[in-house]
Write a new protein. Structure first.
Lengths: 225, 317
């Protein structure tokens, strides 16, 4: 951050990034399904904020497009889709079955964050955008944490949220590395992600209807009718 | 020189005098938030006064530790108040006698004796609460270590007077991610160390669920008064460290402002503490107490937050 031409925006962006990482940790660790959905919404809002800050600093209209698309799809459309396709019974679930208990998964998350910093450290010098030093490691860390969420959770909806958190991480790193990404790429993502959500939501709905549960961990064996 | 000794003692006086008031304000506000009227904010003073005039009953089976512990518990926050910036921005006479780790050790000594005293009487609830306090304590310890390490790494010093100016000059430092994360981690630590919801219920009367409060169940009369007073002072010391060193080091008396500056700083500091209490009461009223084995998760989250703060700091973003 020191020596950056935009000290105030860099500080605000770093703060946004820190909170972004905290919400990613929250998606890994929260017990309630609904809470992890809300954390995902907050995470998307922070991604939007970071895109707006970078858009102001780098005077890039593309980043504002990213912000608008993120707000539209990730904070409005995806939560709406998830709430309507998956039965509300799933959201009342409190105890999520997990592969690892919460303290262990939090400690492993800390290791993953360190790993993200270690592997992105040589890359930061390669890109010339001043905000890459902030956004790249945090974005990669969010990717790791999202993937870790998919591994560690055993409920369908939180796993899906982990996947979407990976997507958020990609964007968080992406806005800093390629601030002039063509809008077509963003639009593609904006259409893709809700469709993925819709498909997975409907699948989850079917599973829930058939089996009365969405605990993916119990779906270990195939059975033919 | 003499002036600085006097201000230092004034800090201790402020701590001893206002700690019960803060406890009273917390419980009053909590009751108001629950649509009740609540006791007067001066109730803790009356309680302490009443207890000081009552007879003290000590079990025959207890040793000297039981009688000695309230004095240690009372003295520990008083000593810490000599080391930390309560009212002034410049270091006072005793400021270099110990750093933040020293203050932490002194506070831990008070807690250690309170724990020993709880085991000493062989009241079944005492050792239970004592062992639980130790559990919370050793889970909180790594968070403390990482927070102190990061803070002193950033400021290049472990003396709290030097640390506090680092975060606000220039003001952009305040929004550093490591600073914000440290604030969150330390807030969680205060909740755990002081036995607040969601870790422990400070107003709970159910012995089986108690963590912190069951340690002083056996005390009566003067011992009970000192333990109660010591608890209030410990909370105030933690709050002051949080506010004056980590979060809002404003409103303190600047160098060369003399006695007037120090006296003006008293209401300003109390105002800051009041603001913090509002946040605390909101947290306590909106959360439920965690089950005992969920405390690991709470402090695990605090630990990861502090570790992330350290990493973001060490990698210099």
């Amino acid at each position: 951050m020191n020596g950056s031409p935009y000290p105030v925006i860099a500080a605000l962006d770093a703060l946004t990034g820190a909170l972004f990482l905290l919400t990613a940790l929250g998606v890994v660790a929260t017990r309630q399904v609904l809470a992890s959905l809300q954390l995902f919404i907050v995470q998307s809002l922070l991604l939007t904020l970071s895109a707006v800050l970078l858009g102001i600093a780098l005077e890039s209209i593309h980043l504002f497009a990213v912000a608008v698309i993120t707000i539209g799809t990730k904070t409005l459309m995806i939560p709406w889709l998830l709430r309507h396709t998956v039965s509300s019974e799933v959201y009342r679930t409190r105890e999520i079955q997990r592969v690892l208990n919460i303290p262990t998964s939090l400690l492993l998350s800390a290791v993953l964050i360190v790993l993200a910093y270690v592997i992105t450290n040589p890359l930061i010098g390669a890109v010339e955008v001043p905000f890459a030093a902030i956004n790249l490691p945090l974005g990669v860390a969010a990717i790791f944490l999202g993937a870790f969420t998919i591994v560690v959770r055993r409920e369908a909806v939180p796993q899906l949220l982990g996947l979407l958190a990976v997507e958020n991480g990609v964007f968080f790193a992406g806005v800093a590395i390629v601030p002039s990404l063509p809008v077509i790429a963003e639009l593609a993502a904006a259409v893709d992600v809700p469709v993925i959500t819709l498909v997975m939501g409907l699948l989850t709905r079917q599973i829930h209807r058939r089996l009365g549960t969405t605990s993916v961990g119990e779906l270990a064996a195939l059975r033919e009718h | 020189m003499l002036e600085r000794i006097a201000y230092n003692l004034l800090q201790v006086f402020v701590l001893v005098a206002f700690a019960p008031l803060i406890e009273g304000v917390v419980s009053r506000l909590k009751e108001i938030l629950q649509s009740k009227r609540g006791p007067s904010i001066f109730q803790p003073y009356r309680d302490i006064w009443k207890l000081l005039h009552k007879d003290e009953i000590v079990s025959d089976h207890s040793s000297w530790i039981f009688r000695f512990a309230p004095y240690v518990a009372f003295a520990a926050p008083v000593f810490v108040a000599l080391l930390i910036p309560v009212l002034t921005r410049y270091p006072l006479f005793f400021a270099f006698m110990g750093d933040m780790l020293g203050g932490g050790f002194v506070l831990a000594l008070g807690g250690f004796f309170a724990t020993l005293a709880a085991v000493d009487t062989a009241n079944p609830y005492g050792p239970m609460g004592a062992s639980r306090t130790r559990m919370v304590g050793f889970l909180a310890e790594p968070v403390f270590i990482v927070v102190f390490l990061t803070v002193s790494f950033v400021a290049g010093s472990t003396i709290p007077y030097i640390v506090q100016t680092r975060w606000v000059t220039p003001i952009a430092n305040f929004f550093e991610p490591s600073h914000v994360l440290l604030m969150i981690a330390f807030l969680m630590l205060i909740l755990a160390e002081d036995g607040r919801i969601p870790v422990d219920s400070p107003s709970g009367q159910f012995e089986l669920a108690m963590i912190d409060r069951s340690k002083s169940l056996e005390y009566s009369g003067r011992g009970a008064a000192l333990m109660k007073w010591a608890g209030a002072m410990k909370f105030m010391v933690l709050t002051i460290i949080f506010l004056n060193v980590l979060v809002t080091p404003w409103g303190l008396a600047p160098e060369g402002s003399g006695l007037a500056g120090v006296l003006i700083a008293i209401p300003l500091v109390l105002l800051k503490i009041f603001g913090f209490i509002l946040v605390l009461v909101y947290i306590e009223s909106s959360l439920a107490k965690l089950r005992l084995f969920r405390i690991t998760e709470f402090l695990g989250a605090a630990f990861v937050t502090s570790v992330v703060a350290m990493i973001t700091r060490l990698s210099e973003i």
